[in-house]
Design a protein around this ligand. Structure first.
Ligand SMILES: Nc1ncnc2c1ncn2[C@@H]1O[C@H](COP(=O)(O)OP(=O)(O)OP(=O)(O)O)[C@@H](O)[C@H]1O
Ligand SMILES: [Mg+2]
Length: 365
Protein backbone atom coordinates (compact mmCIF):
# COMPACT_ATOMS: atom_id res chain seq x y z
CA UNK A 1 0.00 0.00 0.00
CA UNK A 2 2.49 2.66 1.07
CA UNK A 3 1.75 5.94 2.76
CA UNK A 4 2.12 9.28 1.09
CA UNK A 5 2.98 12.68 2.51
CA UNK A 6 2.48 15.77 0.41
CA UNK A 7 4.99 18.59 0.83
CA UNK A 8 2.90 21.74 0.73
CA UNK A 9 3.55 25.45 1.22
CA UNK A 10 3.88 28.88 -0.36
CA UNK A 11 6.22 29.20 -3.34
CA UNK A 12 9.95 29.50 -2.66
CA UNK A 13 9.90 28.33 0.97
CA UNK A 14 12.21 25.33 0.49
CA UNK A 15 9.87 22.46 -0.44
CA UNK A 16 11.98 21.11 -3.28
CA UNK A 17 15.20 21.57 -1.30
CA UNK A 18 13.65 19.42 1.42
CA UNK A 19 12.35 16.88 -1.07
CA UNK A 20 15.79 16.49 -2.65
CA UNK A 21 17.37 16.00 0.74
CA UNK A 22 14.75 13.39 1.67
CA UNK A 23 15.16 11.44 -1.53
CA UNK A 24 18.93 12.05 -1.71
CA UNK A 25 18.58 13.16 -5.32
CA UNK A 26 18.41 16.37 -7.22
CA UNK A 27 15.25 15.15 -8.91
CA UNK A 28 13.32 18.28 -8.05
CA UNK A 29 14.57 21.55 -9.40
CA UNK A 30 15.15 23.88 -6.44
CA UNK A 31 15.88 27.50 -7.22
CA UNK A 32 15.32 30.97 -5.96
CA UNK A 33 12.25 31.83 -7.92
CA UNK A 34 8.60 31.29 -7.07
CA UNK A 35 6.72 28.53 -8.93
CA UNK A 36 9.93 26.72 -9.75
CA UNK A 37 8.10 23.40 -9.34
CA UNK A 38 5.13 22.69 -11.57
CA UNK A 39 4.83 18.94 -12.02
CA UNK A 40 4.78 17.11 -8.69
CA UNK A 41 7.95 15.13 -7.90
CA UNK A 42 7.39 11.78 -6.25
CA UNK A 43 10.03 9.92 -4.25
CA UNK A 44 10.27 6.99 -1.86
CA UNK A 45 12.19 7.43 1.37
CA UNK A 46 13.51 4.75 3.73
CA UNK A 47 12.07 5.04 7.23
CA UNK A 48 15.05 5.09 9.60
CA UNK A 49 14.75 2.50 12.37
CA UNK A 50 17.74 1.46 14.49
CA UNK A 51 15.88 -1.68 15.60
CA UNK A 52 16.10 -3.12 12.11
CA UNK A 53 19.90 -2.91 12.09
CA UNK A 54 20.02 -4.54 15.51
CA UNK A 55 17.83 -7.45 14.36
CA UNK A 56 19.88 -7.93 11.21
CA UNK A 57 23.06 -8.01 13.25
CA UNK A 58 21.69 -10.69 15.61
CA UNK A 59 20.27 -12.84 12.81
CA UNK A 60 23.27 -12.31 10.51
CA UNK A 61 20.93 -11.15 7.74
CA UNK A 62 22.68 -10.52 4.45
CA UNK A 63 20.36 -7.73 3.44
CA UNK A 64 18.56 -4.96 5.32
CA UNK A 65 15.37 -3.63 3.77
CA UNK A 66 13.78 -0.69 5.58
CA UNK A 67 10.14 0.16 5.13
CA UNK A 68 9.37 3.13 2.91
CA UNK A 69 7.22 6.18 2.80
CA UNK A 70 6.39 8.27 -0.25
CA UNK A 71 6.89 12.02 -0.39
CA UNK A 72 5.37 14.24 -3.05
CA UNK A 73 6.84 17.66 -3.74
CA UNK A 74 3.89 19.80 -4.77
CA UNK A 75 3.91 23.18 -6.50
CA UNK A 76 3.67 26.28 -4.33
CA UNK A 77 0.19 27.45 -3.40
CA UNK A 78 -0.75 31.11 -3.15
CA UNK A 79 -3.74 33.17 -2.09
CA UNK A 80 -6.51 32.50 -4.59
CA UNK A 81 -5.27 29.01 -5.50
CA UNK A 82 -8.77 27.63 -4.92
CA UNK A 83 -10.02 30.07 -7.57
CA UNK A 84 -7.27 28.99 -9.95
CA UNK A 85 -4.79 31.73 -8.95
CA UNK A 86 -1.08 30.98 -9.21
CA UNK A 87 -0.86 27.49 -10.57
CA UNK A 88 -4.27 26.85 -9.19
CA UNK A 89 -6.53 23.90 -8.86
CA UNK A 90 -4.46 21.12 -10.35
CA UNK A 91 -2.11 21.24 -7.37
CA UNK A 92 -4.95 20.95 -4.96
CA UNK A 93 -5.75 17.68 -6.72
CA UNK A 94 -2.16 16.49 -6.06
CA UNK A 95 -2.75 17.14 -2.36
CA UNK A 96 -6.04 15.26 -2.35
CA UNK A 97 -4.20 12.01 -3.11
CA UNK A 98 -1.91 12.18 -0.07
CA UNK A 99 -2.46 10.72 3.43
CA UNK A 100 -0.96 13.63 5.32
CA UNK A 101 0.51 17.06 4.72
CA UNK A 102 4.03 18.23 5.52
CA UNK A 103 3.50 21.97 5.50
CA UNK A 104 6.80 23.78 4.95
CA UNK A 105 6.96 27.22 6.53
CA UNK A 106 9.68 29.70 5.81
CA UNK A 107 11.30 30.56 9.14
CA UNK A 108 14.65 31.72 7.73
CA UNK A 109 15.56 35.37 7.18
CA UNK A 110 17.52 35.77 3.97
CA UNK A 111 17.19 38.91 1.91
CA UNK A 112 18.48 37.08 -1.13
CA UNK A 113 15.64 34.57 -1.21
CA UNK A 114 12.35 36.02 -2.42
CA UNK A 115 9.30 35.68 -0.17
CA UNK A 116 6.11 35.92 -2.25
CA UNK A 117 4.51 38.16 0.41
CA UNK A 118 7.66 40.18 1.00
CA UNK A 119 8.02 39.36 4.71
CA UNK A 120 8.83 36.38 6.95
CA UNK A 121 5.73 35.44 8.96
CA UNK A 122 5.20 31.67 9.11
CA UNK A 123 2.00 31.84 11.18
CA UNK A 124 0.36 34.15 8.62
CA UNK A 125 1.67 31.92 5.81
CA UNK A 126 0.17 28.86 7.47
CA UNK A 127 -3.18 30.65 7.64
CA UNK A 128 -2.95 31.64 3.97
CA UNK A 129 -2.44 28.04 2.91
CA UNK A 130 -5.05 26.66 5.29
CA UNK A 131 -7.57 29.19 3.97
CA UNK A 132 -6.91 28.03 0.41
CA UNK A 133 -7.36 24.43 1.42
CA UNK A 134 -10.61 25.30 3.19
CA UNK A 135 -11.92 27.17 0.14
CA UNK A 136 -10.99 24.25 -2.09
CA UNK A 137 -12.88 21.90 0.26
CA UNK A 138 -15.95 24.15 0.20
CA UNK A 139 -15.92 24.22 -3.56
CA UNK A 140 -15.63 20.45 -3.90
CA UNK A 141 -18.33 19.96 -1.27
CA UNK A 142 -20.75 22.19 -3.23
CA UNK A 143 -20.05 20.22 -6.38
CA UNK A 144 -20.53 16.89 -4.70
CA UNK A 145 -23.74 17.97 -2.99
CA UNK A 146 -25.07 18.89 -6.42
CA UNK A 147 -23.99 15.58 -7.88
CA UNK A 148 -25.73 13.42 -5.29
CA UNK A 149 -29.03 15.32 -5.08
CA UNK A 150 -30.91 12.85 -7.26
CA UNK A 151 -29.61 9.82 -5.44
CA UNK A 152 -30.52 11.42 -2.12
CA UNK A 153 -34.06 12.07 -3.36
CA UNK A 154 -34.23 8.46 -4.47
CA UNK A 155 -33.40 7.43 -0.91
CA UNK A 156 -29.97 5.93 -1.67
CA UNK A 157 -28.52 5.16 1.76
CA UNK A 158 -24.92 5.89 0.90
CA UNK A 159 -25.83 9.18 -0.73
CA UNK A 160 -27.86 10.19 2.30
CA UNK A 161 -24.89 9.47 4.58
CA UNK A 162 -22.58 11.39 2.25
CA UNK A 163 -24.91 14.33 2.22
CA UNK A 164 -25.04 14.43 6.01
CA UNK A 165 -21.24 14.33 6.27
CA UNK A 166 -20.74 16.89 3.53
CA UNK A 167 -23.18 19.24 5.27
CA UNK A 168 -21.31 18.81 8.58
CA UNK A 169 -17.99 19.62 6.92
CA UNK A 170 -19.54 22.57 5.12
CA UNK A 171 -20.89 24.01 8.38
CA UNK A 172 -17.44 23.84 10.00
CA UNK A 173 -15.70 25.36 6.99
CA UNK A 174 -18.21 28.19 6.78
CA UNK A 175 -17.34 29.02 10.38
CA UNK A 176 -13.68 29.17 9.34
CA UNK A 177 -12.75 25.84 10.88
CA UNK A 178 -10.93 23.06 8.99
CA UNK A 179 -12.94 19.88 8.39
CA UNK A 180 -10.71 17.96 10.81
CA UNK A 181 -12.50 19.73 13.68
CA UNK A 182 -15.75 17.87 12.87
CA UNK A 183 -16.52 15.07 15.34
CA UNK A 184 -17.24 11.92 13.33
CA UNK A 185 -18.81 8.69 14.64
CA UNK A 186 -16.99 5.41 14.11
CA UNK A 187 -19.82 4.24 11.86
CA UNK A 188 -19.27 7.19 9.56
CA UNK A 189 -15.47 7.06 9.51
CA UNK A 190 -15.10 5.10 6.30
CA UNK A 191 -17.42 7.33 4.32
CA UNK A 192 -15.84 10.41 5.87
CA UNK A 193 -12.35 9.37 4.76
CA UNK A 194 -13.66 8.63 1.28
CA UNK A 195 -14.59 12.29 0.96
CA UNK A 196 -10.83 13.00 0.83
CA UNK A 197 -11.23 16.54 2.07
CA UNK A 198 -7.96 18.46 2.16
CA UNK A 199 -8.49 19.91 5.62
CA UNK A 200 -9.13 16.52 7.22
CA UNK A 201 -5.58 15.46 6.49
CA UNK A 202 -3.24 15.55 9.48
CA UNK A 203 -0.63 18.31 9.28
CA UNK A 204 3.03 18.31 10.24
CA UNK A 205 4.49 21.81 10.17
CA UNK A 206 8.07 21.89 8.98
CA UNK A 207 9.84 25.03 10.22
CA UNK A 208 12.58 25.69 7.69
CA UNK A 209 15.20 27.71 9.58
CA UNK A 210 18.63 29.02 8.59
CA UNK A 211 21.68 26.80 8.81
CA UNK A 212 22.88 28.53 12.00
CA UNK A 213 19.56 27.95 13.74
CA UNK A 214 19.07 24.28 12.89
CA UNK A 215 19.89 23.11 16.43
CA UNK A 216 18.14 25.88 18.33
CA UNK A 217 15.20 27.04 16.23
CA UNK A 218 14.31 30.73 16.31
CA UNK A 219 11.52 33.13 17.28
CA UNK A 220 9.55 32.22 14.13
CA UNK A 221 9.70 28.48 14.74
CA UNK A 222 8.69 29.07 18.38
CA UNK A 223 5.51 30.77 17.17
CA UNK A 224 4.78 27.88 14.82
CA UNK A 225 5.26 25.44 17.72
CA UNK A 226 2.65 27.38 19.70
CA UNK A 227 0.21 27.38 16.80
CA UNK A 228 0.72 23.67 16.13
CA UNK A 229 0.11 22.80 19.77
CA UNK A 230 -3.08 24.88 19.84
CA UNK A 231 -4.36 23.05 16.75
CA UNK A 232 -3.33 19.61 17.94
CA UNK A 233 -0.91 19.30 14.99
CA UNK A 234 2.81 18.51 15.21
CA UNK A 235 5.88 20.41 14.09
CA UNK A 236 9.58 19.84 13.46
CA UNK A 237 12.43 22.35 13.17
CA UNK A 238 14.76 21.69 10.27
CA UNK A 239 17.12 23.52 7.96
CA UNK A 240 16.41 22.27 4.46
CA UNK A 241 19.74 23.75 3.33
CA UNK A 242 21.71 21.72 5.88
CA UNK A 243 19.74 18.59 5.21
CA UNK A 244 20.54 18.96 1.55
CA UNK A 245 24.25 19.16 2.36
CA UNK A 246 24.09 16.20 4.77
CA UNK A 247 22.26 14.07 2.22
CA UNK A 248 25.28 14.28 -0.05
CA UNK A 249 27.73 12.96 2.58
CA UNK A 250 28.48 9.37 3.47
CA UNK A 251 27.40 8.13 6.92
CA UNK A 252 30.65 8.86 8.70
CA UNK A 253 31.02 12.35 7.27
CA UNK A 254 27.38 13.04 8.04
CA UNK A 255 27.85 12.06 11.69
CA UNK A 256 30.82 14.41 12.00
CA UNK A 257 28.97 17.23 10.33
CA UNK A 258 25.95 16.79 12.60
CA UNK A 259 28.23 16.84 15.61
CA UNK A 260 29.81 20.10 14.48
CA UNK A 261 26.39 21.64 14.05
CA UNK A 262 25.36 20.57 17.56
CA UNK A 263 22.78 18.12 16.22
CA UNK A 264 22.33 14.57 17.47
CA UNK A 265 20.46 13.25 14.46
CA UNK A 266 19.56 14.36 10.96
CA UNK A 267 16.46 16.53 10.88
CA UNK A 268 15.09 14.34 8.13
CA UNK A 269 15.05 11.32 10.40
CA UNK A 270 13.02 13.33 12.87
CA UNK A 271 10.72 14.48 10.11
CA UNK A 272 10.11 11.01 8.70
CA UNK A 273 9.43 9.63 12.17
CA UNK A 274 7.08 12.52 12.97
CA UNK A 275 5.22 11.75 9.74
CA UNK A 276 5.04 8.12 10.76
CA UNK A 277 3.55 9.06 14.12
CA UNK A 278 1.17 11.54 12.57
CA UNK A 279 -0.29 8.76 10.43
CA UNK A 280 -0.48 6.35 13.39
CA UNK A 281 1.84 3.94 11.69
CA UNK A 282 3.78 1.11 13.26
CA UNK A 283 6.45 -1.30 12.11
CA UNK A 284 6.77 -5.04 12.30
CA UNK A 285 9.75 -7.08 11.15
CA UNK A 286 10.51 -10.26 9.26
CA UNK A 287 13.98 -11.54 10.05
CA UNK A 288 16.07 -14.34 8.61
CA UNK A 289 19.55 -15.10 7.30
CA UNK A 290 18.63 -13.77 3.87
CA UNK A 291 17.12 -10.49 4.89
CA UNK A 292 15.83 -8.38 7.75
CA UNK A 293 12.92 -6.33 6.62
CA UNK A 294 10.59 -3.73 8.11
CA UNK A 295 6.93 -3.44 7.14
CA UNK A 296 4.48 -0.63 7.78
CA UNK A 297 1.01 -1.09 9.24
CA UNK A 298 -1.60 1.17 10.80
CA UNK A 299 -1.84 0.93 14.59
CA UNK A 300 -4.46 -1.70 15.45
CA UNK A 301 -3.93 -3.95 12.41
CA UNK A 302 -4.83 -7.65 12.76
CA UNK A 303 -2.28 -10.37 11.96
CA UNK A 304 -3.92 -11.45 8.65
CA UNK A 305 -4.11 -7.84 7.43
CA UNK A 306 -0.49 -7.32 8.44
CA UNK A 307 0.44 -10.44 6.45
CA UNK A 308 -1.43 -8.95 3.51
CA UNK A 309 1.06 -6.09 3.39
CA UNK A 310 3.67 -8.63 2.25
CA UNK A 311 1.40 -10.48 -0.15
CA UNK A 312 -2.34 -10.85 -0.71
CA UNK A 313 -2.00 -14.66 -0.56
CA UNK A 314 -0.53 -14.42 2.96
CA UNK A 315 -3.74 -12.74 4.07
CA UNK A 316 -6.13 -15.05 2.18
CA UNK A 317 -4.50 -18.26 3.36
CA UNK A 318 -3.50 -17.00 6.81
CA UNK A 319 -3.12 -19.76 9.42
CA UNK A 320 -1.11 -18.17 12.21
CA UNK A 321 1.74 -15.81 12.98
CA UNK A 322 4.72 -16.97 14.99
CA UNK A 323 5.47 -13.91 17.03
CA UNK A 324 8.44 -12.73 19.05
CA UNK A 325 8.42 -9.30 20.69
CA UNK A 326 11.35 -7.11 19.65
CA UNK A 327 12.72 -6.86 23.21
CA UNK A 328 12.65 -10.63 23.67
CA UNK A 329 14.35 -11.22 20.33
CA UNK A 330 17.15 -8.83 21.24
CA UNK A 331 17.62 -9.65 24.92
CA UNK A 332 17.56 -13.44 24.33
CA UNK A 333 19.80 -13.21 21.29
CA UNK A 334 17.67 -14.31 18.33
CA UNK A 335 14.89 -16.56 17.13
CA UNK A 336 16.06 -19.96 18.42
CA UNK A 337 16.97 -18.77 21.94
CA UNK A 338 13.67 -16.89 22.11
CA UNK A 339 11.85 -20.06 21.08
CA UNK A 340 13.76 -22.10 23.67
CA UNK A 341 12.80 -19.59 26.34
CA UNK A 342 9.13 -19.97 25.39
CA UNK A 343 8.96 -16.46 24.00
CA UNK A 344 7.66 -17.41 20.58
CA UNK A 345 3.89 -17.15 20.56
CA UNK A 346 1.55 -18.69 17.98
CA UNK A 347 -1.00 -15.95 17.27
CA UNK A 348 -4.24 -16.43 15.35
CA UNK A 349 -6.51 -14.31 13.19
CA UNK A 350 -7.68 -12.07 16.01
CA UNK A 351 -4.19 -11.00 17.07
CA UNK A 352 -3.48 -7.28 16.86
CA UNK A 353 0.11 -6.82 15.76
CA UNK A 354 2.28 -4.70 18.07
CA UNK A 355 4.97 -2.25 17.06
CA UNK A 356 8.29 -4.09 16.89
CA UNK A 357 6.88 -7.62 16.60
CA UNK A 358 9.12 -10.05 14.76
CA UNK A 359 6.73 -12.18 12.71
CA UNK A 360 6.78 -15.35 10.69
CA UNK A 361 3.55 -16.10 8.84
CA UNK A 362 2.18 -19.56 8.16
CA UNK A 363 -0.38 -19.76 5.40
CA UNK A 364 -2.20 -22.11 2.98
CA UNK A 365 -1.59 -21.63 -0.69
N1 LIG B 1 16.91 26.94 5.27
C1 LIG B 1 17.19 27.71 4.23
N2 LIG B 1 17.99 28.80 4.37
C2 LIG B 1 18.28 29.58 3.32
N3 LIG B 1 17.82 29.39 2.06
C3 LIG B 1 17.05 28.33 1.85
C4 LIG B 1 16.66 27.43 2.91
N4 LIG B 1 15.87 26.46 2.41
C5 LIG B 1 15.75 26.73 1.07
N5 LIG B 1 16.43 27.86 0.74
C6 LIG B 1 16.52 28.47 -0.60
O1 LIG B 1 15.25 28.95 -0.98
C7 LIG B 1 15.10 28.89 -2.41
C8 LIG B 1 13.81 28.21 -2.77
O2 LIG B 1 13.91 26.84 -2.48
P1 LIG B 1 13.02 25.71 -3.22
O3 LIG B 1 13.18 25.79 -4.68
O4 LIG B 1 13.33 24.45 -2.52
O5 LIG B 1 11.56 26.24 -2.84
P2 LIG B 1 10.12 25.64 -3.24
O6 LIG B 1 9.28 25.81 -2.02
O7 LIG B 1 10.25 24.28 -3.80
O8 LIG B 1 9.65 26.67 -4.36
P3 LIG B 1 8.52 26.49 -5.52
O9 LIG B 1 7.20 26.54 -4.83
O10 LIG B 1 8.77 27.67 -6.37
O11 LIG B 1 8.77 25.20 -6.22
C9 LIG B 1 16.34 28.19 -2.93
O12 LIG B 1 17.24 29.16 -3.39
C10 LIG B 1 16.89 27.49 -1.69
O13 LIG B 1 18.27 27.27 -1.75
MG1 LIG C 1 9.69 23.54 -5.63
Amino acid sequence: MGFKMGIVGLPNVGKSTLFNALTKTAAAQAANFPFCTIEPNVGEVAVPDARLDRLAEIAGSRQIIPTRMTFVDIAGLVKGAAQGEGLGNQFLANIRETDAIAHVLRCFEDGDVTHVEGRVDPVADAETIETELMLADLESIEKRLQNIIRKVRGGDKEAVQQQRLLEAAKAALEEGRPARTVAVDDDDMRAWKMLQLLTTKPVLYVCNVSEEEAATGNAHSAKVAEMAAAQGNSHVVISARIEEEISQLDDEEAAMFLDEMGLTEAGLDRLIRAGYELLHLETYFTVGPKEARAWTIKTGTSAPKAAGVIHGDFEKGFIRAETIAYDDFVSLGGEQPAKDAGKMRAEGKGYIVKDGDVLHFLFNT
